[in-house]
Ligand binder design. Sequence first.
Ligand code: FES
Length: 261
Amino acid sequence: IDYGTPRSKSEKMIELTIDGQTIAVPEGTSIMRAAMEMGTQIPKLCATDMLDAYGSCRLCLVEIEGRPGTPASCTTPVMPGMVVKTQTQRLQQLRKGVMELYISDHPLDCLTCSANGDCELQDMAGAVGLRDVRYGYDGENHVFPKQDGVANENWLAKDESNPYFTYDPSKCIVCMRCVRACEDVQGTFALTISGRGFESRVSAGMNESFLGSECVSCGACVQACPTATLNEKKVIEVGAPEHSVVTTCAYCGVGCAFKAE
Ligand code: FES
């Protein structure tokens, strides 16, 4: 199970009610994690227990008695006596609306996509009960952002320069999980988000390919990606490596030869 946010180390326990059930969790725990620990799955895309909560996808909305609005459960910590609802009709409608918007900017090629059956976007569309999308994907007629006054038709081009993984910007939902994994897990700061609104995409440096960037091919971003945007290349596709390196880290191609004591 991915509990959505990291475990709190506090020894102080907080009691609250979620969907009519009382639970006690360590202070600093997010509502999402508290709900997950009692077996209630809250839909999520940008949250993962590998990384600190970020609150960008707005899928994990909940209602809290006495509070206006619908805060994100991944970024809202539990408070004593809190009464939370995670499954009201209003929340279901809101989540469905959010998912519709994601799908409207995503290629509908699930059947031939390499992540079919292992894609969190696909899972969440099912979890919120999305069956129809009112705003169809219009990938072929994308308005390409301009670069030096000229439409950049390579904007959604796949980057296959890295020997270990591919990057397909057309499948990016801008959840920032890869950028955060690069910073928090690897400490490399190779990735960022470029552009705004519909033009926002993950970028490895300024107009650079992944291979030409600061990326060290550690694979933390590939592991964190919830869709097929960052996808591991299979040995069957690229052939066996010409040389190998000694490393204790899964994925890593850096070969720092770190030895555990
Ligand atoms: Fe909470 Fe994305 S999972 S905002």
